[in-house]
Design a protein around this ligand. Structure first.
Ligand code: 26Q
Length: 793
C-alpha cells in the first residue's frame, strides 16, 4: 500500500489499538500519537537497515556527546525528510481534520538552552543526510528548558513537562541499561605484577537508555540519539531492613533527580554538585555503551580509535576521557601510554564560548569526593602535561596558567586541549579570538591541534518545512533538487537584476509577515502591521548580545518622534524573543525594559508607526514561524564575544538582511554576501581590545552623544512608569559590553537600513542575495568538514 492510503490505514489501525473506533471521532492528540507511532516504526526499521549497511562495511562511526540536544518538534520535519508530507496531509484531511492542528499537538523536545544544543540537533540531521553513521548521547531530562511566561514584562518560569507528548518518539532499550557509580573510596594494590583498583562503598544509579531516531533528507540514513534516564538501582534493602525507610527512599529520589531537569544557564557554568553528577552520569553510561558495542563487533579495544570518533560538545562531557582511561587502565590492564594514545586519537573537542567566565572549572574537593577514581586520573594528566610543557621550555608562570589542576580547581578546557587531538572553534573569527585570548598559552604549546569549522544549520527545517512559500520560490529560480544539492541555490543570484523576480520575492516575504502578524500581537495585544519593517532580535538574553543597546535605540526613536511628530521615521515592528537564565537578574530587568518600551509605544500617539512584540517562550517552534517573517536580523554582540551564532544563518536563509558587528559567523556572512548586502557597524575585535587597554570610559561617549544621553535620561525618568536607573547606571558605570561606544555607529546603520528598505527593489535584491549565498551555512557542509578534517571518516 502506498501514498495517502498507507497513512489512512496505519493511523486507523493505531487508533484502534488505543480503543478509538473511527478516525473521524479521534481528537487531535490521538491523531498526533497515531502519526508519531507509525513514523517511529518506519524510522526504527530504516535505522536497522542503515546501521546494518554501515556495519557490514566496517565503517567508522561518530559518537557525539552533548549535555544538550535541542530537537524541537519532530513530526513535520520527519515527514518532510522522508518525503511523506503530501500523503500524510491528504490522509488527515480525509478524516475531516486539519494537519496543522495535528502538528500543533507536539511539545518541543526542549533538551537544550540555545545554540549549542540546537547545533547538536542539526548535526544529527546533517550526518544522516550525508550518509555517515552517527549516534548522539545525552540525558533524557524529565523537564527541558523552562517555559517562559511574562507577567507585565517580568519573566517567570514554568516547568516544561514535555514527556507526555514527547515520549511518542522514544523507544526504551532497558536491556542496555548501565550502572553508574558515585562517591566511595579507592583502594590500590599490586597483585601478580598488576595494579589493582578497588572501588568501595559507592552509591550506584541505573542509567536506562531511550532512543530517538533522526532521519536525514530522503531518509536513506537515520541517526540515533540515545538519551539516558536515571533510576534508582533498586531499593536499598539493607537500609530498609534496618528500619531506615526514609533513608532508603532518599537514595531513590536522589538517583531520579539526576535526570530530572536541564540546567537553564547559557554561557554561564554553575558549579553545583548535581550538575557534576549529571555530566558524569552522561559520560559513564555512554562510554560503557560505546565499549559494549565495540567489543561486540571487534572483540578488542585496540582498534577503537580506528573505528570510532567521539566528539565532546563543549567541555561538559569532558569526563568521557578519564572515564575511558579508567576502563582501559583498570579493566583492560593497558599501560597509561597506550590508553592515553587511544584517547588522544579517539576524542576531539569543540569550544563554544570566548567569555572567560564561561569556561568550566570544578572545585577539587567536591570532585574528588564525588568521583575519586576519575579525579586521580585527571591529576595524572596534569602531572604529565606539566612535564611536557617544561620540556617545551615554558616558564613556571606559564605552566601554572596552562595546568589542568591548579589553585584547587580543575580546568576542563585545558584537559581537552591536552588529551585530544583536536580543539575547534565554531567560526573562523572565533578561532582567532581563541588563539589571542583564553587559549593563547595552550595555542603556543600545541598550535597544530587548533582549528575551526564554521557552524551550520539544518536548512531543511527552517526553509523547506517551515517556509513552503520561499521553498517554492527557490525551486523555481534555482533548482528543484536544491535540498540535496544545496550549492545549486547559488543559481538564484542570476535573477538579482530581474525586477519581476524581486517583486515576487517581496510578495513571499509579505505573505510570511501576514502569517506571523495573524498569530502574534504587540505587548498590549494590538495588531501588527505586515507592511512595516520587521526588525528581529531573537536569541538568549545576555548582556554580551546587547539587547539593551537595541532597547536604547528604540527609546531614541520614541524621543525623536515625540520631539518632532513629522520626524523621518517609517513604520517599524520590533520583535524580540529571549529567555533569561532564571538567576540572571540583569537579564530579567532587560526583558522588563523591552516590555515597558512596548507598552509605552502602544499607549502613545505613534502606536501605529512603532510597535513592539515580545514573543513569549522563544523556542525552536516559535522560531520556525519567526525567521520567515524577518526583514532585519539584529546580530549586535560586541565584537569578540559571540563565538558564531546560528540564528544569524537561519535569518539569512530566510531572506533577512543582517545588521551586525564583525563578530562570530557574521564575518563570514559578510564575506559571502558582500558589503552592499550587509549592514555593518561598530568596532572590530582589535578596536575593542585597544579600547580596553587604553581604559574604557562610557561617559566619554555619552557626553558627546545627545541622543544617547536623552535615552538614558528617559530610562531614569521612567518607561511606562517604571524607573530603570539601575540599568542606566550599568551603562554609565562599567558598560562592560561597550554599548555606549558602538551606539552612534548603530544609529547610523539603522537610518541607512530604513533608507534601503524604502526602495523595495533594492531591498528585495539584498534579500535575494542573502538567500542565494546561504548554502555555505548548511549543516551538511559543516558535518562533511568535521568528517574530513576532525573525525577522519
Ligand atoms: C555549563 C555548566 C553548568 C551549567 C550550564 C553550563 C552551560 C550550558 C550551556 C554553559 C554553556 C552553554 C551554552 C553555550 C552556547 O550555547 N554557546 C553558543 O554556542 C553556539 C554554537 O556553537 C554558538 O553559535 C554561540 O555563539 C555560542 O554562544
Amino acid at each position: 500500500m502506498q501514498g495517502a492510503e498507507f497513512w489512512k490505514s496505519k493511523i486507523t489501525e493505531s487508533l484502534k489499538n488505543a480503543y478509538i473506533e473511527k478516525p473521524e471521532d479521534a481528537d487531535y492528540s490521538h491523531l498526533y500519537d497515531a502519526a508519531a507511532e507509525t513514523l517511529r516504526g518506519i524510522l526504527a526499521e530504516k535505522y536497522s537497515t542503515s546501521a546494518a549497511r554501515h556495519s557490514s562495511r566496517g565503517e567508522k562511526r561518530v559518537y557525539y556527546m552533548s549535555m544538550e540536544f535541542l530537537m524541537g518538534r519532530s513530526l513535520r520535519n520527519n515527514l518532510h525528510n522522508l518525503g511523506y508530507t503530501k500523503d500524510f496531509e491528504k490522509a488527515i484531511k480525509s478524516f475531516g481534520a486539519d494537519p496543522e492542528l495535528v502538528y500543533a499537538q507536539e511539545p518541543d523536545a526542549g533538551l537544550g538552552n540555545g545554540d549549542l544544543g540546537r547545533l547538536a540537533a542539526c548535526f544529527l540531521d546533517g550526518l544522516a543526510t550525508i550518509g555517515k553513521p552517527a549516534m548522539g548521547y545525552s540525558i533524557c531530562y524529565e523537564y527541558g528548558i523552562f517555559r517562559q511566561k511574562l507577567t507585565e514584562g517580568w519573566q517567570t518560569e514554568k516547568p516544561d513537562d514535555w514527556l507526555p507528548g514527547g515520549k511518542a518518539w522514544l523507544a526504551e532499550k532497558r536491556e542496555h541499561a548501565v550502572e553508574v557509580r558515585f562517591g566511595g573510596e579507592i583502594e590500590e594494590s599490586w597483585y601478580d605484577g598488576f595494579h589493582q583498583i578497588l572501588h568501595k562503598n559507592y552509591d550506584s544509579v541505573l542509567a536506562v537508555p531511550y532512543d530517538m531516531y533522526v532521519p536525514g533528507f530522503e531518509g536513506n540514513d537515520v541517526s540515533r540519539l540515545r538519551l539516558w534516564q536515571a533510576e534508582s538501582s533498586g531499593i536499598d534493602m539493607e537500609l530498609f531492613n534496618r528500619g531506615l525507610y526514609a533513608e532508603a527512599m532518599r537514595k531513590n529520589s536522589e538517583a531520579k533527580a539526576i535526570s530530572s531537569i536541564l540546567y537553564p544557564n547559557d554561557n554561564h557554568p554553575d558549579g553545583k554538585t548535581l550538575r557534576l553528577k549529571q555530566q558524569y552520569f552522561l559520560v559513564c553510561s555512554s562510554i560503557a555503551d560505546i565499549v559494549r558495542r565495540h567489543l561486540a563487533a571487534y572483540g578488542t579495544l585496540e582498534n577503537l580509535a580506528e573505528k570510532a570518533a567521539i566528539h565532546i560538545n563543549d567541555t561538559h562531557p569532558t569526563m568521557a576521557i578519564p572515564e575511558l582511561m579508567r576502563i582501559l587502565l583498570d579493566e583492560c590492564g593497558y599501560s597509561w601510554e597506550k590508553s592515553a594514545d587511544i584517547c588522544f586519537n579517539l576524542f576531539s573537542y569543540t569550544n563554544h564560548t570566548v567569555l572567560p567566565e564561561a569556561l568550566e572549572r570544578w572545585d577539587c574537593g567536591m570532585f574528588r569526593w564525588l568521583l575519586p577514581r576519575v579525579y586521580g586520573i585527571i591529576c595524572e594528566f596534569d602531572r604529565r602535561l606539566r612535564i611536557t610543557l617544561r620540556e617545551k621550555g615554558f616558564s613556571d608562570a606559564e605552566i601554572s596558567r596552562m595546568a589542568i589542576v591548579e589553585n584547587g580547581e580543575i580546568r576542563m578546557a585545558n584537559l581537552c586541549v591536552f588529551a585530544t587531538h583536536s580543539t575547534n572553534g565554531v567560526s573562523e573569527h572565533h578561532l582567532t579570538v581563541m588563539e589571542n585570548s583564553v587559549f593563547a598559552d595552550l595555542y603556543r604549546a600545541f598550535p597544530e591541534r587548533f582549528s575551526s569549522v564554521t557552524n551550520g544549520i539544518a536548512a531543511r527545517r527552517w526553509l523547506c518545512a517551515a517556509n513552503p512559500e520561499l521553498t517554492k520560490f527557490v525551486k523555481k529560480y534555482s533548482a528543484k533538487d536544491f535540498e540535496k544539492n544545496y550549492e545549486k541555490m547559488y543559481l538564484l543570484e542570476k535573477h538579482a537584476n530581474d525586477s519581476a523576480v524581486l517583486e515576487e520575492l517581496g510578495k513571499v516575504k509579505l505573505k510570511r509577515k501576514e502569517i506571523f502578524a495573524k498569530a502574534n500581537r504587540d505587548v498590549m495585544g494590538n495588531k501588527l502591521d505586515p507592511s512595516s519593517l520587521f526588525d528581529v532580535q531573537a536569541k538568549r538574553l545576555h548582556e554580551y548580545k546587547r539587547q539593551h543597546m537595541n532597547a536604547l535605540r528604540i527609546i531614541s526613536l520614541l524621543n525623536e518622534i515625540e520631539a518632532n511628530p513629522n520626524a523621518d521615521i517609517d513604520p517599524k515592528t520590533f520583535i524580540f524573543g529571549a529567555k533569561a537564565a532564571p538567576g540572571y537578574y540583569v537579564a530579567k530587568r532587560i526583558i522588563r525594559l523591552i516590555w515597558c518600551i512596548g507598552k509605552e509605544l502602544s499607549e502613545s500617539a505613534l502606536k501605529d508607526r512603532l510597535k513592539l512584540c515580545f514573543l513569549e517562550n522563544y523556542s525552536v517552534t516559535t522560531s520556525e514561524m519567526l525567521m520567515p517573517a524577518a526583514d532585519i536580523s539584529e546580530q549586535i554582540s560586541l565584537a569578540g564575544t559571540e563565538a558564531s551564532g546560528t540564528g544569524n544563518m537561519k535569518l539569512m536563509l530566510s531572506g533577512a538582511v543582517t545588521l551586525g558587528t564583525l563578530d562570530g559567523a557574521n564575518v563570514e556572512i559578510l564575506r559571502e554576501v558582500g558589503e552592499e548586502n550587509f549592514l555593518r557597524f561598530g568596532m572590530n575585535s582589535d578596536e575593542v581590545d585597544a579600547l580596553r587597554l587604553r581604559g574604557y570610559d562610557p561617559m566619554e561617549y555619552i557626553e558627546k552623544n545627545d541622543e544617547l544621553k536623552a535615552a538614558l535620561d528617559r530610562m531614569r525618568h521612567g518607561i511606562a512608569g517604571e524607573d530603570f536607573s539601575d540599568l542606566a547606571d550599568l551603562i554609565e558605570g562599567k558598560d562592560f559590553y561597550m554599548a555606549a561606544a558602538d551606539f552612534e555607529s548603530y544609529m547610523d546603520i539603522q537610518r541607512k537600513a530604513q533608507e534601503l528598505f524604502r526602495d523595495k527593489e533594492t531591498w528585495n535584491r539584498m534579500a535575494l542575495m542573502n538567500i542565494a549565498k546561504s548554502p555555505v551555512f548548511f549543516v551538511d557542509r559543516t558535518v562533511q568538514e568535521y568528517c574530513d578534517r576532525i573525525w577522519n571518516m
